[in-house]
Design a protein around this ligand. Structure first.
Ligand code: GTP
Ligand code: MG
Length: 470
């Protein structure tokens, strides 16, 4: 039955008692006035908090770390979780970058194969004066030459068009398509991480400011190239024509043997897609979330990412987030400083898997040593003295693979000594050093939050960071 209008079921409950005395009435009115006051005070407090939040402005976060440390991948993690609509809208444009990464992988393998073939070819002349030796050499050479049968010359020939596809893709993607490399400085000493320090100098370019903020190169949130479908159809055609040969090249046991002899691990390099040829080389290919996170596109200059966070998330507090993603190459680090004002937090990425690698921009510098030097500079900064620092000891998945394959930490980091050569020990050891530097260099005592991460694997990173602010 529908209650008739005017019959309020609550009215009888809220109405004063019918036989209320004047004293009771006065007491009730006092209590009601008190309750109203409390309620108004709560409303005012909420209003003030909202105003304060608006006044506090956006949460400003800087992502710092050397090149290929995972800064942009961390931003992608954020985007994936907290700005899903934008992510989906831009996901398709990553197809060009994924293709670029794949073609680069193939050309890299092909180059190594060609070098090996040429080396065998050049070795044809016997250097031995001994007849028996000479005969043995000839026989071994002939077996190697047999190994490099027509199959490999054919692969080389049939995959040749990919070289011009690579140039074409690089042109389309722009300056971020190529890694920065430079002739190694002949004067800089080769240094070991945690080894004897030779003072400052392995960090940024003389600590000198190199001008103002460069204009953002972003063409969307990621700096991803906008490419129309018809633009990549031609590339897809060539890739489809080369598909079987690419798979044959990568799956070939002799090619794998050559790669392993030369200690080349393309699997660990940025933007590795050779295990996904079947899925990627297709006319209907649309990059998955994972593909986008794993795709490598070098940042150029400074990129600003504003997040309009969708409702229902932890970050849904009406506050805007601005994240700054920097180009991590050494020559660009001096241009980070103008962004250090009013920063809420810094996420510093240190890829600890690279203890056995050299910087692309200076082959004399160990990458872990460079990360430590950069960390030291960031921790010592007075302007950042009150800034919350979150340290991601990143690329732990690669570190685990390396150590499991038997790569010795001690060889590259002598101070590691006779500790057990396993991932957990190495991770703890590296973490200890980063923490020590933080403690020793911070201008005033503060707390550090350090995490072991694999930012391309983990989808919970963005939540970890968000938890600091709300
Ligand atoms: N396996 C693995 N790959 C990672 C991890 N973090 C980043 N990468 C990959 O490493 C490459 C480099 O990562 P980016 O995020 O582009 O590095 P960046 O710090 O932005 O580098 P710059 O833009 O050159 O300064 C990308 O291909 C990522 O997918 C990780 O934890 N594990
Ligand atoms: Mg980047």
């Amino acid at each position: 039955m529908i209650p008739s209008i005017g019959l309020d079921p609550l009215a009888s409950l809220l109405a004063p008692p019918p036989n209320e005395t004047p004293q009771q009435k006065a007491a009730r009115e006092r209590a009601e006035a008190e309750a109203r006051k409390v309620s108004e005070a709560i409303d005012e407090q909420i209003r003030q908090e909202k105003m304060a939040m608006r006044k506090r402005g956006p949460v400003k976060v800087l992502l710092l770390g050397q090149s290929e440390s995972g800064k942009s991948s961390t931003i992608k993690n954020f985007q994936l979780r907290y700005a899903r609509d934008q992510w989906i809208a831009e996901r398709q444009s990553w197809r060009t970058v994924v293709y670029l990464n794949l073609v680069r992988n193939v050309v890299e393998v092909l180059d190594i194969l060609v070098q090996a073939m040429e080396a065998k070819g050049n070795g044809r002349r016997s250097t031995s004066t001994d007849a028996a030796d000479s005969d043995r050499e000839r026989r071994s050479q002939s077996s190697n030459n047999n190994k490099f049968s027509d199959k490999y010359s054919l692969l080389k020939l049939r995959l040749a068009p990919l070289r011009s596809v690579l140039t074409d893709l690089e042109r389309r993607v722009g300056p971020g398509s190529q890694e920065v490399s430079s002739a190694s400085s002949p004067t800089s000493e080769r240094r070991m991480p945690f080894g004897r320090e030779s003072g400052v100098g392995s960090g940024s370019s003389n600590g000198r400011m190199v001008g103002k903020r460069r204009p953002s190169t972003r063409d969307g949130w990621t700096g991803s190239p906008k490419t129309q479908r018809e633009d990549y159809d031609e590339v897809t055609d060539i890739l489809l024509a080369c598909k079987d040969d690419m798979k044959n090249l990568w799956g070939d046991p002799l090619v794998q043997e050559i790669l392993s002899q030369r200690k080349v691990r393309i699997e660990d390099s940025s933007g590795f897609f050779l295990n996904d040829i079947d899925r990627i080389v297709s006319r209907d290919y649309e990059p998955s979330d994972d593909d986008v996170v794993r795709a490598r596109l070098r940042s150029v200059g400074v990129q600003e990412h504003k997040f309009t966070v969708a409702a229902g998330h932890l970050l849904d507090q009406g506050r805007e987030w601005i994240m700054y993603d920097f180009e991590g190459t050494r020559s660009m680090r001096a241009s980070w400083a103008p962004f250090f004002d009013d920063v809420n937090a810094i996420i510093f990425l240190a890829p600890i898997s690279c203890f056995d690698e050299q910087l692309r921009e200076d082959r004399n510098v160990n990458r872990l040593e460079d990360s430590l030097q950069l960390w030291r500079t960031v921790c010592s900064s007075r302007i950042l003295a009150k800034t919350q620092i979150i340290l991601f000891l990143n690329k732990c998945d690669i570190l685990r693979n390396k150590v499991q394959r038997g790569i010795s930490v001690k060889t590259h980091v002598p101070s590691f000594g006779d500790r057990k050569n396993d991932a957990a020990t190495a991770m703890k050891y590296f973490q200890h050093h980063f923490k020590e530097i933080f403690r020793a260099c911070s201008p005033e005592p503060r707390s550090l939050f350090a995490y072991f991460t694999s930012v391309v694997v983990s989808k919970v990173l963005a939540q970890i960071v968000a938890a600091f602010f709300f």
